[in-house]
Design a binder for this molecule. Structure first.
Ligand SMILES: [Zn+2]
Length: 264
């Protein structure tokens, strides 16, 4: 988060690399941008300043024709009754972050890597209370629990996750950052999300395949070509917004962008 202020050139260059490769939407560098997450780094007092800077850096890279998604990640703990945090406290924290992202130029809010629909709903409510007309995108992180079955860490399946987010006003729903999902798994999960979402557009941002661990680091092996094929498959499955999460470098997104845009 500090880099948005202290090294905006470096953050902007990363955004620009994705934009140049053909990404129409870029995501702000603000995943850990709530008071709860910033507190762990002694930065809790700087929520507004850091999130505004994150949006401004992305806004500059996006240009006139690109969209900036203001990124909101999980707050890093459990809501009551599992944890100590009340929905009211979390809503206030999300509001502070989201208001600054919008002020800095975010076009939409991306509530991502969600495991608990209750947390996603608090994020939706916070965004809508900041600006009633701001589009809100919710994406959940799923893992495979049986062949063809996917659940979040909190045990929520795809249909239930979609139902609760859309009932709370999410404009777009989907998934990012699955835990150890193959590219085929993402496709199967996408079909379930599309079916559950009905008329609500679906977004899928897969990792670059299922990682292997080497020296304590997650290594993602999917090639740009494989990701491009996945992007084509997702598009054919009626996914409307396609991106990438962990392990997807600019080369992956460029190949995915070419594959999607060559089909229309
Ligand atoms: Zn990820």
């Amino acid at each position: 988060m500090l880099w948005n202020l202290e090294r905006p050139g470096d953050v902007g260059a990363i955004h620009q690399a994705y934009r140049t490769g053909g990404s129409d939407l870029i995501t702000t560098n603000s995943f850990g941008g709530t008071r709860f997450a910033l507190e762990r780094h002694g930065l809790a007092q700087r929520v507004a300043e850091l999130n505004r800077a994150a949006a401004q850096v992305a806004r500059a890279a996006a240009g006139d024709h690109g969209w900036v998604l203001g990124d909101v990640g999980p707050f890093g703990d459990f809501l009551e009754p599992l944890g100590d945090t009340t929905a009211e406290d979390l809503r206030a924290a999300f509001r502070d972050q989201i208001a600054a992202l919008i002020e800095g130029g975010a076009d939409a809010i991306l509530v991502e890597t969600m495991s608990d629909p209750a947390e996603a709903i608090v994020g939706i409510e916070a965004a809508k209370s900041c600006a009633a007309n701001v589009p809100v995108i919710v994406t959940y992180a799923f893992q495979k629990t049986a062949p063809g079955q996917f659940r979040t860490m909190m045990g929520t399946d795809a249909a239930e996750a979609v139902r609760r987010a859309t009932a709370a006003g999410a404009d777009i729903v989907g998934t990012n950052c699955g835990t150890s999902l193959s590219l085929d798994d993402y496709l199967e999960l996408a079909r379930q999300l599309v079916q559950a979402a009905g008329k609500v557009p679906v977004i899928v941002q897969p990792n670059a395949g299922s990682p292997r661990i080497e020296n304590g680091q997650a290594i993602y092996d999917a090639t740009p070509e494989q990701m491009a094929q996945t992007a084509s498959n997702l598009l054919a499955a009626d996914v409307r917004i396609i991106g990438g999460c962990c392990g997807t470098a600019p080369a992956h997104l460029a190949a995915m962008s070419r594959a999607v845009k060559s089909s229309y």
